[in-house]
Design a protein. Structure first.
Lengths: 110, 113
C-alpha cells in the first residue's frame, strides 16, 4: 500500500533559524496536504499542492511539490516560538484515501 | 466555520468493555474519518466513510468497527477493548470532492486499564 515517509521526526532550532521537513511517497500522489498540530491541539490544515513542481508561500512558510509528485517539503524561514508544533504531510493516492506521514515535531528555543 | 465535535475529551475504560466513541460534524460533509495517534507513529487511519451506511477499512481496522447511520455522525466502536488500544483518537470530516482538506475534532484520549 501507499506509504508516506517524513523526516526528521524531531527538530530543535534556535529562534531565528530556518527549519525544513521532508516527505517522500512510495507512489505518485495526486496531491499533498500539510497540517500543523499545536501542542495539545488537533491537526489544522495549512495548504494543498496539486501540480508537479508547485511552490506556494504563506508568509515565512514555503511549500514545494516535487516534479515527479512523489516528494514535498515545508520550509520555515526565521522560526518563531509560535511555529512550535508537529507538522504533518498527507498524500492522496487513491480515491478519498489520504496517508499521513508520522510528522515532524518542531521545538523552537527562545 | 466547520465544527467537528467528539463526545469525550478523556475516557477511561476496562479491558473487555465495549467502547463507543462518537463524532458529529455540522457542515454536511460527506466524508468522515477515524484515526488514532500514537507517539512515533503519526496518524493512522482506522476507518473512513464516504456516505451514510458506507464504510471502508483504513490501515489498522483490526479490533474496531464503525457505524454511520446519519450523515453528521460517525461512531467508532471497540468491540472488546484491549490495553493496546490506549491512544488518542481523532475524528475528521471533509467534503466529497477530491482535493478538500480534512477538519479534525479535538480528539479523545482513551485509556484502557
Amino acid at each position: 500500500g501507499q506509504q508516506v515517509m517524513q523526516i526528521p521526526q524531531y527538530q530543535h532550532v534556535q529562534e531565528g533559524e530556518d527549519f525544513t521537513t521532508y516527505c517522500n511517497s512510495s507512489t505518485t500522489l495526486s496531491n499533498i496536504q500539510w497540517y500543523k498540530q499545536r501542542p495539545g491541539g488537533h491537526p489544522v490544515f495549512l495548504i494543498q499542492l496539486v501540480k508537479s513542481g508547485e511552490v506556494k508561500k504563506q508568509k515565512r512558510l514555503t511549500f514545494q511539490f516535487g516534479e515527479a509528485k512523489k516528494n514535498s517539503s515545508l520550509h520555515i524561514t526565521a522560526t518563531q516560538t509560535t511555529d512550535v508544533g508537529t507538522y504533518f504531510c498527507a498524500g492522496r493516492g487513491g480515491y478519498q484515501k489520504v496517508t499521513f506521514g508520522i510528522g515532524t515535531k518542531l521545538q523552537v528555543i527562545p | 466555520d466547520v465544527k467537528v465535535t467528539q463526545s469525550s475529551r478523556y475516557l477511561v475504560k476496562r479491558t473487555g468493555e465495549k467502547v463507543f466513541l462518537e463524532c458529529v460534524q455540522d457542515m454536511d460533509h460527506e466524508n468522515m474519518f477515524w484515526y488514532r495517534q500514537d507517539p512515533g507513529l503519526g496518524l493512522r487511519l482506522i476507518y473512513f466513510s464516504y456516505d451514510v451506511k458506507m464504510k471502508e477499512k483504513g490501515d489498522i481496522p483490526e479490533g474496531y468497527s464503525v457505524s454511520r447511520e446519519k450523515k453528521e455522525r460517525f461512531s467508532l466502536i471497540l468491540e472488546s477493548a484491549s490495553t493496546n488500544q490506549t491512544s488518542m483518537y481523532l475524528c475528521a470530516s471533509s467534503l466529497e470532492q477530491r482535493n478538500q482538506p480534512q477538519h479534525f475534532g479535538d480528539g479523545t484520549r482513551l485509556s484502557i486499564l
